[in-house]
Design a protein around this ligand. Structure first.
Ligand SMILES: O=C(O)c1ccccc1N[C@@H]1O[C@H](COP(=O)(O)O)[C@@H](O)[C@H]1O
Length: 214
């Protein structure tokens, strides 16, 4: 299995195109106004037109209004919704779209409880817990708190970059890795070299697995 790649927090068309060229499987757009990576719906509508055919468009929200989610989906054609706040399972399911439920890792017990609550989510993202900030902090969490049972639908996030993503893949074998800050020069402004380096580091880690298992 190859590790899927989601590159998140896109604000510029050239970054979207570079991510698609580098081999990203999904592109994330952030609809959480306090984020330095936030984009308006009208901007996202234009950005979505630069996403390659087989690359999923992910719309990220933190405790959004229902109408706002519907507006974003209508404007961007988002394939996948990512809920990064305290949304209930019922809330996430009502849109009839595939969705990723992001959980911030505070304790193993709490993660287990939330995974059980969100067992119908298409994917679970684990990200670092930082008080008062819902995500995109550039911080890593203690990977040993990752339950084995969700590896097949795990999006690993939190402080990943080209230097540490290989170690993360070796340690956890997640379904996908998710990155925002690790491919940037400033919030929302991606660095093309870092985009390609990240994708290459993932490919190298996957190749090592194939090599070691043959
Ligand atoms: O990136 C943000 O600003 C953000 C804001 C609110 C919720 C989630 C957010 N980002 C998500 O967090 C991951 C990890 O970010 P990083 O690599 O540690 O910088 C990011 O990929 C988004 O999925």
């Amino acid at each position: 299995m190859r590790t899927r790649i989601k590159m998140c927090g896109m604000t510029r068309s050239e970054d979207v195109e570079a991510a698609c060229q580098a081999g990203a499987d999904a592109i994330g757009m952030i609809f959480y106004p306090p984020s330095g990576r936030y984009i308006e719906v009208s901007q996202a509508e234009k950005l979505a037109q630069h996403v390659s055919l087989a690359v999923d468009k992910v719309a990220l929200f933190v405790n959004p209004e229902v109408n706002f989610v519907n507006d974003v989906v209508a404007a961007t054609g988002a394939d996948i919704l990512q809920f990064h706040g305290d949304e209930s399972a019922e809330f996430c399911q009502q849109f009839g779209r595939r969705y990723i439920k992001a959980l911030r890792v505070k304790s193993a017990a709490e993660v287990a409880e939330k995974i059980a609550e969100h067992h119908q989510a298409d994917a679970i993202m684990l990200d670092a817990y930082v008080k008062g900030v819902p995500g995109g902090t550039g911080q890593q969490f203690d990977w040993s708190m990752t339950p084995e049972s969700i590896r097949h639908k795990l999006f690993l996030a939190g402080g990943l970059n080209a230097d540490n993503v290989g170690t993360a893949i070796q340690a956890l074998r997640p379904y996908a890795v998710d990155v925002a800050g690790g491919i940037e020069q400033a919030p929302g402004i991606k660095d093309i070299d870092k985009i390609f380096a990240f994708a290459e580091a993932v490919r190298q880690a996957d190749a090592l697995f194939i090599e070691n298992s043959s």
